[in-house]
Design a protein around this ligand. Sequence first.
Ligand code: AMP
Length: 152
Amino acid sequence: MRADQSLFVIVVGCGRLGVYLADHLSRQGHSVVVVDANHTAFANLSTEYSGFKVEGDATELAVLKQAKINEADVVVGATHNDNVNLMIAQIARKVFNVPKVMARILEPQREELCHTLGIVTICPTTLAGDGILASIRGFSTPAQEGADPCTP
Ligand code: AMP
């Protein structure tokens, strides 16, 4: 972490999630590098984004080194591919000793393995599922609300 408490964060994948994270973190004053294999993805960043962009396949060590992974406080795997996110997370953790490593994982069954490897996971599948279940739990139909409690 820098002296001013700002963090150096590498976001891998400049899709919907990556853009959201990179834009917010940059606006919050953190140093951000966003990596994507496809340079057209960077066009979705906001005009205020003040971080760096690295084009390349983030499963290649040279690309991660170009992003200065050896100096990163946080690395986030935010591509649509669980395997890519996991591979990057493991390289960040085991090879470069990055203190905080996070991966977006769509397959809930992979989460336990990630936790044993010291990787924090965010699973949109379970987040959406839990949100929908909670919403259904609190829902009753108009007929149920007005129903006579004595009626079987
Ligand atoms: P999304 O489809 O919104 O989840 O975006 C995923 C982004 O991750 C896309 O812009 C892809 O080009 C990018 N991406 C996927 N695999 C890699 C990779 N190995 N290295 C760098 N970027 C990647």
